[in-house]
Structures are given as structure tokens and as C-alpha cells.
Write a protein that binds this ligand. Structure first.
Ligand code: HEC
Ligand code: HEC
Length: 264
């Protein structure tokens, strides 16, 4: 993680000369007027790749997801049978996720929502995170909301999840003892050897990263950030990461969905 060394230096220096209360306690939020997608901090050629539907490698998964969506599994119905050809009825849906599923009362992201449809409506087994099939279906469904501003419900049964995600965001962790907010609220825009720390929004995911040479889920990105501060990454689909997804979505409210994003 070549960007970490300078980050650590920055924080060590900051701690040495300014023993002010840490952001962890004050929980200072990003001012709405500053809201900026990570796209803005990409190099021009990476932005151009994201913008070109023919060159953007993420479309390999979107197209595969479209085919899976249309195909009826043996002795079962196709997604398209219930949600319209090319997912016409799911346009905009992903911009309101994660949300609480009424039947289970549990917070559900798009991956979880797809798996609920598989088990509940198709009689199929759930798919694992980062399998080609789940990535493809998630990319396809999320891409149907490309350009839609994020807007999530954090009231009622969602509120405890939101608070839980906020707690995670402001808690220092790992060998480097850093919290999400210290990079993504307090130091965004800072240049680190060619990498710029963004505000840490999830709106480009599932997204294609050069580092992965693949499309990956938002939770894979979160695992990389946790690993980056030498904390043990959580299991895919854990309640804490689901809660963080909701917190991030609320924090990004108004930014458009970019799926499939392209990132370093
Ligand atoms: C037999 C009908 C049926 C099939 C097949 C089906 N779904 Fe669903 N889907 C539903 C129903 C009904 C809901 C509403 C929530 C519920 O009752 O589970 C839903 C909800 C959803 C939502 C959330 C929509 C929203 O506005 O919040 C998504 C996304 C979705 N399905 C995707 C899929 C995908 C992808 C597949 C194929 C892997 C699929 N569904 C297969 C019936 C189906
Ligand atoms: C040591 C600094 C640091 C910490 C702490 C950190 N990140 Fe990151 N994060 C980065 C860097 C660097 C990137 C890649 C460049 C960027 O910011 O988009 C990144 C990327 C991201 C992205 C993708 C943004 C995009 O547009 O592609 C998300 C989402 C994210 N982080 C969320 C988090 C969350 C949630 C936490 C806490 C669990 C966290 N990060 C902790 C440094 C950090």
C-alpha cells in the first residue's frame, strides 16, 4: 500500500503539533456543499474510460448481468419475468439501497436483495459475494440507476443500522489506529504520490479497479480500506459492512450512481 506511508506521516505530524479533540469525538460531518464524487479526483484518462460505455471494462459484467437477468433458470422464472424486459421496472431502484426488507426486518443491499429474490421467488440457492454471477447481476441492476441521485430512508427500522454504520465510520481501528473519517472527511483532496484521497463515497460500486483487474463490490473496497490500516477486514455481508453501506449512502445523498465506475 504505497499511499499509506505518507498518510501515516501526515497523521503523526498532525497528532504531534495539534492535540485538539479528534474528529472521532466531534463526529464532524462533510458539509453538503463539499459533496464530491471520487470521479473528480481521477486522472483524465481514467475518467474517459469510465465515460465510454464501449471501453469501460465494467460493462463486461453489466452485459453478462443483462443476459443472466433475461434467462430462465431450469424450472424457475427469469428475473425479467417479474421485473420487465431489460429490468424496465427496476430503473432507479438501486439508488434507494440499502433498505430494510419488510419480511425479514433486516437491512439489505442490492446483493442481498438479489439473493432474496433467488431464494424467495426463484427457488434457487443464494450466490456468494464476488462470484461472477452475483457481481454481474448487481452491476446490471445498479447500472439501471446510473445518473439517479442516491436517496435512502434512515428512519424507522433503518435508524439503528444508520447509527451502527456511523459508529463504524468514526471508530479508529487497525495497527495504524485510523478511522474512515480521518481520511475521507478530514483529508480528502490530499495528494499522495499520484493517489488522491477522495471523500470515500460508494456510488461507483460495483466498480472496476485496475488494482483488482476486475469488477468488485463495495464491500471489497471497504475490506481494502480496513486492510490498509492493518485492521482485520470483516466478512462479506457482515452486519457492520451493511450498516456502513447505509451510512455511506446517506452521506452521499444527492450524488448520482456511477455504476460501473472505474478506479485505480
Ligand atoms: C417470481 C417473481 C420474481 C422473480 C423471478 C424475481 N423477483 Fe425480484 N422481486 C420480486 C418481488 C415480489 C419483489 C418485491 C419484494 C419482495 O416481495 O420480495 C422483488 C424485488 C426486487 C428488487 C428490489 C426492487 C425495489 O424497488 O426495491 C430487485 C432489485 C430485484 N427484485 C431483482 C431481482 C433479480 C436480479 C432477479 C433475478 C435474479 C429477481 N429479482 C427475480 C419478484 C421476483
Ligand atoms: C488511511 C486512509 C484511509 C482510511 C482510514 C480509509 N480509507 Fe477509504 N480510501 C482510501 C484511499 C487512498 C482510497 C482510494 C482513493 C479514493 O479515496 O478514492 C479509498 C477509497 C475508498 C472508497 C472508494 C471511493 C471511490 O470513489 O472509489 C470508499 C467507498 C472508501 N474508501 C470507504 C472507506 C471506509 C468506509 C473506511 C472506514 C472503514 C475507509 N474508507 C477508511 C483511504 C482510506
Amino acid at each position: 500500500m504505497k499511499w499509506l506511508a505518507p498518510v501515516i506521516t501526515v497523521f503523526t505530524l498532525a497528532a504531534a503539533c495539534a492535540p485538539a479533540p479528534t474528529a472521532d469525538e466531534t463526529r464532524e460531518k462533510l458539509p453538503a456543499s463539499d459533496l464530491t464524487s471520487g470521479y473528480k479526483f481521477l486522472q483524465a484518462d481514467t475518467q474517459a474510460l469510465q465515460d465510454d460505455d464501449f471501453a469501460n471494462p465494467g460493462f463486461l459484467w453489466v452485459d453478462r448481468g443483462r443476459a443472466l437477468f433475461a434467462a430462465a433458470p431450469q424450472q424457475s422464472k427469469a428475473c425479467a419475468a417479474c421485473h420487465g424486459e431489460d429490468g424496465a421496472e427496476l430503473k432507479g431502484a438501486a439508488a434507494h439501497y440499502p433498505s430494510v426488507d419488510e419480511t425479514t426486518g433486516k437491512l439489505t443491499n442490492i446483493e442481498g436483495r438479489i439473493n432474496l429474490c433467488r431464494t424467495r421467488h426463484q427457488g434457487l440457492e443464494p450466490l456468494d459475494y464476488e462470484t461472477d454471477d452475483l457481481l454481474s447481476l448487481t452491476a446490471f441492476v445498479s447500472h439501471l440507476s446510473r445518473g439517479e441521485p442516491v436517496k435512502v430512508d434512515v428512519s424507522g427500522p433503518a435508524e439503528v443500522w444508520y447509527r451502527r454504520g456511523e459508529d463504524y465510520f468514526f471508530t479508529r481501528r487497525g495497527q495504524y489506529n485510523l478511522a474512515c473519517n480521518q481520511c475521507h472527511n478530514d483529508n480528502w483532496g490530499r495528494q499522495l504520490r499520484g493517489d488522491t484521497i477522495s471523500q470515500g463515497h460508494g456510488t461507483a460500486f460495483p466498480g472496476y479497479r485496475f488494482e483488482w483487474q476486475s469488477l468488485g463490490s463495495l464491500q471489497r473496497r471497504l475490506r481494502d480500506c480496513d486492510a490498509g490500516v492493518r485492521a482485520e477486514p470483516l466478512a462479506y455481508g457482515s452486519d457492520d459492512y451493511l450498516a456502513v453501506e447505509l451510512y455511506l449512502a446517506k452521506r452521499a445523498e444527492g450524488l448520482p450512481i456511477e455504476v460501473p465506475g472505474v478506479r485505480r
